[in-house]
Design a protein around this ligand. Structure first.
Ligand code: SF4
Length: 168
């Protein structure tokens, strides 16, 4: 399968969310959080499209890449799922490495919080990435959807109604 940055982020957020998304059950159009994130993405750095390049490599699309500094810029709404955001960017760095683009770093940007977070890929991360890619393939190709697990993130998840409708 072609593992994308979204698959990678969802793996860290919730295995059920990953399975639903990967199996074509998409409810992001009903999610306020997703709309907010898209709005921030499109308006906060309007001029950056002139400065950075959108690239597609190895099946992943990176919206803002600075080819001179070799920096991936990834904009997010909040840092509540920062680990997932970090792994998404690490995955992008790894994919670029696999295609011969070396010494890339990432910058996670949270414009509403006026914060940035530098992201680097270590040897330990490379080993973890390879294990996670295999695990993602195993999970999404499984016939059964992973069970729901109540987490703080459920409140803002686009599958909240799907998973918890009728529950208190
Ligand atoms: S609502 Fe919660 S359990 Fe359901 S997919 Fe989202 S994060 Fe996972």
């Amino acid at each position: 399968m072609n593992v994308t940055g979204t698959h990678f982020a969802y793996y860290w957020i919730c295995h059920r969310k990953l399975w639903l998304f990967a199996n074509g059950i998409n409810m992001e159009h009903t999610s306020e959080a997703v709309s907010d994130g898209r709005f921030i993405h499109e308006t906060t750095y309007e001029r950056r499209a002139n400065k950075f390049t959108e690239i597609e490599v190895g099946g992943v699309k990176i919206d803002f890449y600075d080819p001179f500094q070799r920096v991936i810029h990834e904009t997010k709404r909040s840092d509540s799922i920062e680990e997932a955001h970090q792994w998404q960017v690490k995955y992008y760095i790894w994919v670029l490495e696999q295609h011969g683009v070396l010494d890339v770093t990432g910058l996670l940007e949270y414009p509403t919080m006026r914060q940035t977070q530098r992201v680097e890929l270590t040897d330990t991360d490379r080993q973890t990435l390879e294990m996670v890619i295999a695990e993602i393939a195993r999970l999404v190709e499984s016939d059964s959807c992973p069970p729901r697990v109540r987490k703080g993130i459920c409140r803002n998840c686009s599958y909240n109604d799907f998973c918890w409708s009728g529950e208190e």
